[in-house]
Each structure stands twice: as C-alpha cells, then as structure tokens.
Design a protein around this ligand. Structure first.
Ligand code: PLP
Length: 365
C-alpha cells in the first residue's frame, strides 16, 4: 500500500485519560479536569432543552446548510448568510481551510507555540509550516510578516493564543493587516474571544468589510459549553466561504449541535455570567500564584499558563495523583503548565494541590 508520504510520520492523536480511567487507576473519588478549556459551568439550560426536543428527529439527516443557525449568527453579527460556514468544531473549519488552500510545497505561517491543529492539517496537505517564535508569549506579527514568501498561502493568528492566553491588540492587528499581501489569507482564530474583557482586544468581525483576505474562527465549544456536540464556524468573505463549502462534507454538523447552538446563541445572559465568573476565577488564581511566587502569562481566555519552576511533566503528574488534570508538554515552555479556569471550588482545590506538589519538589523553598 502507498499512503500519502506527508502523513506516514504523523503521530496518532493521543487523547488524555478519561476522568473515569484516572479515578480507577489512582483510586480517587474526585477528579477535576482543567485540561481542555471546557466550560466548568456547563451550557445554557435552553441548549439542553433544544437537544431533548431533537431526539425524535434522530433518524433524519441534519440540514446540511444549517439554515436556521446561519440566519441567527448572521443577525447576531450583522453579516450576510453567505459569509458563514459551520464545521464539526472549529477544528473542522481549520481542516477545511487547509484542504481548500494548501498543496504540497505551499507554506503557511504560525507562531511556534500555538494551537497545534494548524500545523497538523498543513502537514497532511504536504505544506511547510514556518513557525515564528512568540515574543513574551505573544504573536510577533512583524516577524510573521517578515516570514512571508512567494509560497505563503495562510497565516494563523490565535487570539487569545492557546496555550499562553496572551492577546494582540487592535493597533497591532491593523498594522499587520495593512501590510500583509492580499494574496495571503489571514485566519484569526478567536475560539476564546467571548471571555476577553481587555479594551484593546480587536473584534475580528470589524475588519471583514475591509479585508477580503481575513477569516475569523469561532466555536460553541468554549464559553457556550457545547464541546461534545462539535460545532464551530468561520466568518469571512463570501468567496472564501464558498471555497470552504466546496470541500465541506454534506452533513458535517449534527441536528443536536445545530439545535443546541441556536438555543445557546439566544441565551446571552448565560454567556455574560460565564464571562464574569471566569474573570473572577482568573483574579483569584493570579492572586494565589503571586502568593506562591509563580509567574504566569497574562490570561485573557479561560485558562492560564503558569511557570512552576520545575519540569512541567513532573508537576503535571503530581497534580494528577491529587486528582487535578492539567496540561503540560509545551515544547517552548518546559516548566509551564496550562490550567483551565474552573469554578471557585475547583480553583481552590487546584491551588491546594499545586502548593502541595511544589512542596514535594521543594520549589519556592
Ligand atoms: C485556539 C483553538 N482553536 C480551535 C479549537 C478547536 O475547538 P473546537 O473544534 O472544539 O471548536 C480549540 C480547542 O481547544 C482552540 O483552543
């Protein structure tokens, strides 16, 4: 057999252990998962009700064009319906962008520590991903511009950036968009944008009328609390959206996902409350890190990257033994772990476990 040469070296995605597995293996009653930036407050009760109501339609294919949800998003953001495309999570929109734009030998530009799916999907298409070092944990847009060549097709900006949580501001984005060649598509991944409270944060949608070569990605997996349903979307120029639709599978988002997302969009009170509780959680965690003399990156999403002053994998394992699952393995930041902001109770348990773990390694003593 002769598989694509671009994929034979790729690792198979290794999902983290499930909560039940960790409970069983470690003999723990309680596990707190702060590893995947899920919403600790769940989702809107209206979304749950909408899912229940779809059960009797489970045997019927979903609306492939997601007409009702598209109309709701178009109205919410004051864009045309032909500017929106849905995916099975924004993961699938990332995949479709690579599928639509990249062939072997093309180049794309990302930060060197960012959401890994940009490079992963580029690799599958045989494209070269040029990874530009983050500066103080933040996208270095000048260096990314300097990396543009004749072969560059896509530039990925994750704002806020996963895993560092940092943002680029309006002025930086504007300067960048003015200078980037029109033939290069800029993908602004705003998976965590609803959490941001910083005034300088740019809303990617504002720039769409001006720049045909800009697309913003959003998701129902984070603040909307619907990660298991797999639904996210891109908003961009109709020509770009049409190209993505040309490679889209006919029924790529489920009935349950569409119905829940539609109900969730109409419950903005839930979103505001989650944003408020998350900001409170960030303040609490930052205060505790200061007490423990740990430095962390500015956190603008629903997670925080903290330097634990010790090999991250060991601290990750020590936390796991205490029932707290976090995320290590960030190649550029080997002593940092990324922790999702949880509920107040979860955050307190995490801090207690972190303090005990650091004492085991004699960090800060
Ligand atoms: C920056 C970023 N983009 C996209 C995604 C994909 O999210 P989903 O496919 O659940 O919409 C994630 C998930 O963690 C993310 O952190």
């Amino acid at each position: 057999m002769q598989p694509k040469s671009s994929i034979v070296h790729l690792p198979v995605y290794q999902p983290g252990k499930s909560v039940d597995e960790v409970k069983r293996e470690l003999g723990l009653d309680r596990i707190i998962k702060l590893a995947s930036n899920e919403n600790p407050f769940g989702c809107s009760p209206h979304a749950k009700e909408a899912m229940r109501q779809e059960i009797d339609n489970a045997s019927i294919y979903p609306d492939g064009a997601a007409v009702a949800l598209t109309a709701a998003i178009a109205e919410k953001f004051n864009v045309d319906t032909n500017q929106i495309v849905f995916g099975a999570g924004s993961d699938e929109v990332i995949l479709m962008l690579c599928r639509a734009f990249l062939v072997a030998g093309d180049e794309q530009i990302t930060a060197d520590q960012t959401f890994p799916q940009y490079k992963h999907n580029g690799d599958i298409e045989g494209a070269v991903t040029v990874e530009v070092p983050l500066k103080d944990g933040t996208h270095d847009l000048d260096a990314m511009l300097a990396a543009v060549t004749e072969r560059t097709k896509l530039i990925w900006i994750c704002n806020p950036n996963n895993p560092t949580g940092t943002i680029i501001g309006r002025a930086e984005l504007e300067r960048f968009m003015e200078r980037v060649p029109e033939r290069v598509l800029v993908v602004l991944d705003e998976a965590y944008c609803e959490y941001v409270t910083d005034e300088s944060f740019p809303d990617g949608l504002e720039y769409l009328p001006q720049y045909k070569n800009l697309i913003t990605l959003r998701t129902f997996s984070k603040i909307y609390g619907l990660a298991s349903l797999r639904i996210g979307y891109g908003i961009g120029h109709p020509d770009v959206i049409r190209l993505i639709n040309q490679v889209r599978e006919p029924f790529n988002t489920s009935r349950f996902a569409q119905a829940a997302a539609l109900a969730a969009v109409h419950d903005q009170a839930f979103i505001e409350e989650c944003r408020r509780l998350n900001a409170e959680g960030i303040r609490y965690v930052q205060e505790q890190f200061a007490r423990l003399q740990l430095s962390s990156f500015p956190a603008h999403g629903n997670f925080i990257m903290v330097d634990v002053g010790h090999p991250a994998q060991q601290v990750f394992e020590a936390l796991m033994r205490k029932g707290i699952i976090t995320r290590a393995g960030h190649k550029k930041y080997p002593t940092n772990i990324r922790i999702t902001i949880g509920s107040r109770e979860q955050n307190e348990a995490m801090i207690e476990a972190l303090e005990a773990s650091l004492a085991e390694f004699k960090v800060g003593i």
